[in-house]
Design a protein around this ligand. Structure first.
Ligand SMILES: O=C(CO)COP(=O)(O)O
Length: 254
């Protein structure tokens, strides 16, 4: 059975409350029953908008996700958000390891691995981001970087947990730059990631795991990327902030 495609929107630190509600309303209105039967759609608003956006999405096929979490259930962690709080706020998904946290906030593979386990303990589905810098690609290190991020980032997972995971391959040079990876570059990286999952967790996990592509995905390039055999969906930044462009990407996945 083919893997179900999964399109997620990462709203990053954008939208006012009113824009967030309106965007969620329009996205939900554009995902009909047939679309919902054939693929998964989620949006990941900023933390303070999770509850009001969750309210808008209630009883719709669009799932709610957060953009980060801490690894502990609770504690003296000023400014952090527990994965259990996210569950209680209605989240099904959480993004972990986005490059804007890896490189902007120096979050290490080991730290992200703790978050991954914390999120799974809380019952969240994780979108785990990996990807190389431009300098690493140009130095021919793409695969070794992905390998390190997978080895350290996914340490201690069971095959069953790996099978249910979403990996987002987001080459850092393609994020917010308008410079999308070519279909061949995306397919090559995704096939490499799947092969590594097979090696570590077995072929059942490799067949079931969802591998999204992220980085300058737009309505014009989504269909070509999604046609690649190992591209199971997209993690969309800028184009997820307009319902029209996000829904066009959703339709490209049908
Ligand atoms: O970082 C991204 C999604 O997480 C991609 O962002 P853009 O789609 O804006 O390039």
């Amino acid at each position: 059975m083919p893997r179900q495609k999964f399109i997620a929107g990462n709203w990053k630190m954008y939208t006012t409350l009113e824009q967030a509600r309106e965007l969620a309303r329009s996205v939900a209105a554009g995902v009909d029953a047939e679309t919902a039967r054939r693929l998964r759609v989620a949006v990941c608003p900023p933390f303070p908008w999770l509850l009001p956006v969750g309210e808008v999405l209630r009883n719709t096929p669009v799932a709610l996700g957060a953009q980060d979490c801490h690894y502990e259930r609770e504690g003296a962690f000023t400014g952090q958000v527990s994965p259990y709080m996210l569950r209680e706020a209605g989240c099904q998904y959480v993004i972990i390891g986005h490059s804007e946290r890896r490189h902007g906030l120096q979050e290490s593979d080991e730290f992200l691995n703790k978050k991954l386990h914390g999120a799974l303990r809380a019952g969240l589905h994780v979108i785990f981001c990996i990807g190389e810098l431009l300098s690493e690609r140009e130095a021919g290190q793409t695969e070794s970087v992905l390998l390190r991020q997978l080895q350290n980032g996914l340490a201690g997972l069971t095959a069953e947990q790996a099978a249910a995971l979403t990996i987002a391959y987001e080459p850092v040079w393609a994020i917010g730059t308008g410079r999308v990876a070519t279909e061949e570059q995306a397919q090559q990286a995704h096939a490499f990631i799947r092969a590594q999952i097979a090696e570590r967790f077995g072929s059942t996990a490799a067949d079931s795991i969802t591998i999204q592509y992220g980085g300058s995905v737009k309505p014009e390039n989504a269909a070509g990327l999604l046609r690649q055999p190992d591209v199971d969906g997209c993690l969309v930044g800028g184009a997820s902030l307009k319902a029209d462009s996000f829904l066009a990407i959703v339709r490209a996945a049908l």
